[in-house]
Ligand binder design. Structure first.
Ligand code: CTP
Ligand code: CA
Length: 224
């Protein structure tokens, strides 16, 4: 077996990674977000760096420190801001890893000023509108970089992940059960690609990230 820790599997490759949770404002002090900590994405950024890659990192809300040694780091808190940042950089990179927990919907009627109770006792109506799917938009570009997606599921993990990989046209999809991963330093994932469905044991997120890097490298950057 090749020694994945000493071989620079992604030497000089440019890798764009989105990490963390997006945040969609309701008003200037309130919003909709999710419980993704950003740990898996940051672990992947560090693993790509160890593998010799230049990493371009776009981050939303993080509950973990930013990694060092990035070629480019940029905050993009809402899904639309993240979409815009990704598309500004996408033509420069060899691969895109979409780890961010992107809000599926944003607030259609977000308020410029802090919402006030109007005294009627009736709660305000928050209207939602669908966000663009960043990963799917990138994967379906004519000259798409190699795309890696994640599938966060709480049930039927394998079936939902297979359907997601097919729908988005992503060559490598990392599926996990959110109850086994969110907020934890370990993860237990299944790697789905054109050749295999590989169930990895529960490992530290750094080791899961190394395994994803090795699979990416094998699928995209190594001779058959
Ligand atoms: N994703 C994205 N843009 C979105 C939503 C999701 O780029 N607007 C990406 C995520 O970064 C992840 C993958 O798509 O890599 C799957 O996200 P997930 O939430 O699991 O799936 P969805 O396609 O949003 O479907 P659903 O939430 O209905 O399961
Ligand atoms: Ca989603």
């Amino acid at each position: 077996l090749p020694d994945i820790l000493s071989t620079k599997l992604l030497l000089n490759k440019k890798i764009l990674i989105t990490v963390g949770a997006t945040y969609e404002a309701i008003d200037p002090v309130r919003g909709i977000t999710n419980i993704s900590s950003g740990q898996m994405g940051v672990a992947l950024a560090r693993a790509c760096r160890r593998a010799g890659a230049q990493v371009f990192l776009i981050y939303g809300k993080l509950q973990t420190p930013l990694p060092l040694g990035m070629t480019h780091t940029e905050e993009a808190v809402s899904a639309l801001a993240m979409y815009e940042a990704v598309f500004r950089l996408i033509n420069q990179v060899d691969a895109f890893i979409s780890v961010a927990a992107v809000a599926d919907y944003r607030v259609a009627n977000s308020a410029a000023h802090k919402l006030k109770k109007d005294g009627s006792g009736k709660p305000p109506i928050i209207e939602l509108t669908e966000n663009p799917d960043i990963l799917q938009s990138v994967a379906q570009l004519p000259n798409a970089p190699f795309c890696v997606g994640f599938a966060a599921e709480s049930e039927n993990v394998l079936n939902y992940a297979r359907a997601k990989r097919a729908k988005k046209g992503v060559p490598l999809l990392v599926a996990n059960d959110v109850s086994l991963s969110m907020g934890k330093s370990t993860n237990q994932v299944i790697l789905l690609d054109d050749f295999a469905e590989t169930t990895l044991p529960e490992m530290d997120k750094d080791r899961v990230a190394d395994a994803i890097v090795a699979r990416m490298s094998h699928l995209r950057f190594q001779a058959a």
